[in-house]
Design a protein around this ligand. Sequence first.
Ligand SMILES: Cc1cc2nc3c(=O)[nH]c(=O)nc-3n(C[C@H](O)[C@H](O)[C@H](O)COP(=O)(O)OP(=O)(O)OC[C@H]3O[C@@H](n4cnc5c(N)ncnc54)[C@H](O)[C@@H]3O)c2cc1C
Length: 490
Amino acid sequence: MPTVAVIGSGPSGLATAKALAEHGVAPVVFDAAPDIGGMWGGPGRGAWSSYARTNLSHYSCAFSDYPWPAGTDIFPMRRSIIDYLRGYVRAFGLLPRLRLSTVVEYVEPAGAQGWRVTVFDGAKRETLAFDNVVVATGVFTRPHVPPFEGLNAFQGKIYHAADCYSDEVNRRNFGGKRVLIVGAAFSGTEIAGQLQEVAQEVTVGLRNPMWFVPRWISPWEGAPRYPADLVFYTRRPDNPLQTRPREYLRQIGGDPGEACADLAFDDLATAPLTVVTSDDFLPLVASGRVKAKRSRAFAFDEKGVLYADGSRADLDAVVMCTGYASALPFLCPDVQATLEFDPGDQLQPILTHKQVFHPKLPGLFFAGYYRGPYFPIMELHGRWIARVVSGEIPPPALAQMAAGVEIERTIRNRRPRPQFPHGDYVRLADGLAREIGVYPEGPEVADLAPRLAEAPVVSAQFRLRGPHAKPELARRTIASTPAPLLDGAT
Ligand SMILES: Cc1cc2nc3c(=O)[nH]c(=O)nc-3n(C[C@H](O)[C@H](O)[C@H](O)COP(=O)(O)OP(=O)(O)OC[C@H]3O[C@@H](n4cnc5c(N)ncnc54)[C@H](O)[C@@H]3O)c2cc1C
C-alpha cells in the first residue's frame, strides 16, 4: 500500500487519517502540537475561545459514522469538540498513527519517489519519504491584522481576538478600560459580549453592514425555535436563504438598523451578504451596553481612534477581530508558486481543483483547506483522497483539474468578494459526495426521499450508500436529527 503523511491532527487531518485507514492505507499523522484537535485544542492554536459555544449545532459538527452521544448540548462548548475528536481517535484506532509534538518543517517533491518530508520532534530532525502528502493544517493559522494608519503611534494596548481566550484574561486586560473592537463578524460580536461585562466602554467598529442571526431561530412566524444550521442547510429549492436572503435574514435575525443607525443597510441591492452568528450582539447594541460605529476607515493616534467622518474617541485598548491568515511555510517555494499561494488572501490562499487537487502536483492533496471548513466537507475531502490514494478510483483527469483551478481563479477575482468564496455548503457537499459515489440517491434510499429533500444535510447522509456505507447507523443518525422544515410549511 502507498505511504501517506498527513500534516495536521485537527478535524480535517483526523477525518482523512480515518478514511485512509478504512481503505487499508496506514498514514502517519504529524502535528506540531502536543495534542490532537487543531484549533479546538486551546489558546495559541488559531481561533480559540474556550468558553464559547460552537456556532453550529453538534448535528453539523459531526462526522458521518460517529454521532455525538445522546444528551450532548445542542451547541456544545468549544472544548467539547476535543472530547468528541478524542473519542473519534479511540473509536477508529488512530492513536498509533499519530506523531504529535512533531513539526513538519519542509515538504518537497522527490520525482518518481513521491515527496520528501522533513520533520523535527524537538530532539531529532529526520527526512522521510512518502508517496503522498495530505496538507490538513487549516486556514485559520495566524492572527491577521491589516495595516491601519497610525497604529504604531497608539499608546494603548493592541490585542487580537486570539488573545481573548478566557474570562480571567479578559478581566485582567480590559477591566475598567475603554475598548474598541475592530470587526463585527463572529469573533468581534462574541468578544464584545464578553468584554462589556468587565470594560468601562465597548465600541465595535465595522466597515460594512452585516446580518446577525442567533443560534436558535423560528423558521417561520409562530414556529418553534430550531438551531439555525438545521433550518439553513437543506436541499429545498425554495430555501429562503438562497431565494430571498435579505428579507429572510431580517425576518429571523431582526433588522440591524433598528438596534442602531450605524448598523443599518443603506442599499439592500448592493450590500455584500455577510451573515454572522450572534445571540446577543443586537440586543446589547440596542440596550447601549455595546456601541457600534460604522466607518469606512479606522486610523489611530497616540490616544485613540479617528473615524472616517472626522470624529475620534480616546481608548485604552484595541482588539483586532480582523481574522486569521493561513500559512504554508513548510511547502517548498516551487510548490507554493504552483499553488499560487497568497498568504495575504484570507479567503482563498491557494488555487486547487475542488480544494483538494492540483494538476501539476500529483501525490499532494489538501483537506479542509478552504474558507469556512465544515465537518462534512472535511470528511468528504478525506474520503475522496483515500479513494484516490488507495487506487480505488483514479484522480480527476488533468484537464478537469486544470479547469477546476481556473474556476478557483475566477472565484478569487470576483468583486466584491463574498463572505465565503465557496458559498453554498449543501451544493459543495453534494458535489463532493457525487465525485466519490456516496451521494444519497437511488433505490436504496428511496424511502428516505422526503427527508433527503427537506431535512438538514448532515454528514450521515453520505454513509447511506456507496463505499464504506453504514446504512443502519446513518439512518438512526438522520432520524434523530431534527428536521424543522418537515415539521410544517414555511
Ligand atoms: C472563530 C471560529 C469559530 C468556528 N466555529 C466553528 C463551529 O462552530 N463549527 C464548525 O464546524 N467549524 C467552526 N469553525 C471552523 C473550523 O476552522 C473547523 O471546524 C476546523 O477546526 C478546521 O479544522 P482543520 O483540521 O482543517 O484545521 P485546524 O483545526 O486549524 O488544525 C490544523 C492542525 O495542523 C497543525 N499544523 C499546522 N502546521 C503544521 C506543521 N507545519 N507541522 C505539523 N502540524 C502542523 C496545527 O498544529 C493544527 O493542530 C470555526 C472557525 C473559527 C475561526
